[in-house]
Design a protein around this ligand. Structure first.
Ligand code: F6R
Length: 246
């Protein structure tokens, strides 16, 4: 895993946008794996700017989102479908038929997981954020490294962390659909974005800890093409000056 040290959130977003724009410009029909949450918002803003400036086109790009809550309609501003429309898709020239997000309202959720998994084409670049407990997607600690797209019960820690977007903790869904860890690892390249002091313990554990299902993100260290772009605050417990390979 290569670590890129950046000063702040803006620089993290800029570096990630540059990698993605380059990927699309080299292969206009690229497939991207996308995340939601606070971390990639800046990246999506930068991609919108690049698109508006005519520096990158999403016309032939396909996207697969990592996850979606169970039970929230698309019109609910906390659904990941709504988030993606609002933060990215409504503002770029992507063909909506090429946008894929698990359907958390499916009658048969197990069937929906199978359908989604079968649809996923090889992902060229997967964007990931890091949960405080090391989750990637909604793969919580203890999830098998050989998991495929599946239904999950969210941990209290994750529900609490995400409750900042909801009126109250009780409103946070208890279940979600997520790409599995093996699904994520099949991506050709992965970009893990981390910003802020709050994540510094998780980053330290990721870099210095063992590869273990107790800390899902640790498996990323076994992938040959992973770049962690982290800011100064997130890296404060580690001695990284510029770039490091671990
Ligand atoms: C969201 C996702 C999650 C988040 C993680 C960090 O699609 O897959 O794993 O990346 O919970 O969330 P933020 O960025 O809000 O700190």
């Amino acid at each position: 895993m290569k670590i890129i040290y950046v000063n702040d959130y803006d620089e993290m977003s800029e570096r990630a946008a540059t990698i993605i724009a380059k990927q699309i410009n080299q292969a206009p029909n690229s497939t991207l794996g996308l995340a939601t949450g606070a971390t990639p918002e800046g990246l999506y803003q930068k991609l919108i700017q690049l698109n508006k400036q005519g520096k990158v086109s999403f016309k032939d790009v396909t996207t697969f989102n990592l996850d979606e809550y169970v039970g929230l309609p698309h019109t609910d501003k906390n659904s990941y479908r709504y988030f993606m429309n609002n933060h990215l898709f409504d503002h770029i020239d992507i063909n909506r038929n090429n946008v894929h997000i698990p359907n958390g309202l499916a009658d048969d959720l197990e069937e929906e997981c199978k359908r989604y998994e079968a649809k996923i084409k090889e992902i060229d670049v997967q964007v990931l954020g890091l949960g405080l407990n090391g989750h990637i997607g909604f793969n919580e600690p203890g999830t098998s490294f050989s998991s495929r797209t599946h239904l999950v019960s969210l941990t209290d820690s994750t529900r609490k962390a995400n409750s900042r977007y909801f009126q109250k903790l009780d409103d946070v869904p208890r279940m979600a659909i997520t790409m599995g860890i093996e699904t994520i690892l099949e991506s050709k390249r992965l970009i893990l974005l981390v910003s802020g002091e709050e994540k510094s313990e998780a980053v330290e554990r990721l870099v210095n800890g063992n590869i273990s299902e107790d800390f899902p993100a640790s498996i990323l260290k076994s992938h040959p093409e992973v770049v962690l772009i982290a800011d100064k605050a997130a890296l404060k417990r580690l001695n990284v000056q510029n770039e490091l390979v671990c």
